[in-house]
Design a protein around this ligand. Structure first.
Ligand SMILES: O=C(O)CCC(=O)C(=O)O
Length: 288
């Protein structure tokens, strides 16, 4: 059970991120690693495909970080972590939100000698819902190091101006390029902090915090599972469905209103005690 202290909340507000240990235990890390093998082989336990499958064993570019988005829909072990109430509560507390929904998860696997993920601000891709705020929990499934391509944050950059999405996310030549341009516009020297934690630890980050990750120059894989949370009271913004990741996630838009359907974006924790009831039957397995 993860709980935040007041000094962690203060430090998140100041820095735009928070590094923590012991988000998941060793057995869970091991189980998740097995699921990663299955997902990247195209084995989807529930029968539902993840929303974005950017890498598969037979066809994926071996020099790129393997990525699947919304692995929770395909695999219940992943879903159990992504739907955790305590993590939903921590996200809502850090964001000062009424509650947290799952926007997407990210299943990430960066083998040794693979390429970077470009620096970006998450909120820049999200005009299709409003308020378009994201707050994320990044969980390491391997011990992480700077040389091993761990996630890195720029301290205080959630207070910088908001940039537009630019460039290639997967494997760019200069992964810091757009962050450095933003720092120049801001007139500051960026202070980069690497998330170096034992497996099972990780971090939380604000949706406007600049972050990315370098080449994996180490000899171990760098796997991580990310929950990107959105506010429980958010809704579709029909004027901006074509922007950012909107074309992918607007497929779940209802025809007659802008309600974000909790079957696809489940509510995992709210201040008033609500949690999407169907989560339990999904996690138990429909056959039971
Ligand atoms: O794990 C990484 O290298 C980057 C992940 C990321 O962009 C995120 O969690 O928002």
């Amino acid at each position: 059970m993860f709980n935040l202290t007041q000094s962690q909340i203060d430090s998140f507000n100041e820095d735009g991120f928070l590094i923590v240990e012991n988000l998941v235990d060793g057995d869970t890390v091991e189980n998740l690693r097995q699921c990663y093998e299955q997902l990247f082989r195209g084995e989807f336990e529930t029968g539902i495909s993840p929303d974005e499958v950017n890498w598969q064993e037979a066809t994926g570019d071996p020099s790129l970080t393997r990525q699947i988005c919304n692995g929770w829909k395909a695999n219940r072990t992943i879903a159990e972590v992504i739907m955790r109430e305590d993590i939903g509560k921590a996200i809502a507390t850090l964001g000062d939100w009424p509650g947290t929904r799952v926007m997407i998860d990210n299943v990430l696997w960066k083998p040794p000698q693979t390429r970077p993920l470009a620096y970006h601000q998450d909120n820049a891709y999200l005009a299709w819902f409003q308020p378009s705020d994201l707050l994320s929990c990044w969980i390491a499934l391997d011990d992480t190091t700077a040389a091993g391509g761990t996630i890195e944050f720029v301290r205080g950059s959630h207070k910088w101006h908001h940039s537009k999405p630019e460039g290639e996310f997967h494997g760019p030549k200069d992964y810091k390029r757009y962050m450095l341009q933003a720092a120049e516009r801001e007139g500051v020297e960026p202070e980069i902090v690497y998330v170096e934690v034992p497996k099972g630890g990780g971090s939380f980050h604000h949706g406007w915090t600049w972050h990315g990750s370098g080449d994996n120059l180490g000899t171990n894989p760098r796997r991580s599972l990310v929950l990107h949370g959105m506010r429980s009271d958010t809704s579709y913004n029909p004027a901006h469905l074509k922007e950012g990741t909107g074309p992918i996630y607007s497929r779940y838009k209802r025809l007659g209103d802008n309600v974000i359907d909790e079957n696809y974006f489940p509510i995992i924790w709210t201040r008033d005690g609500y949690r999407t009831p169907a989560i339990d039957s999904f996690l138990r397995g429909w056959e039971h």
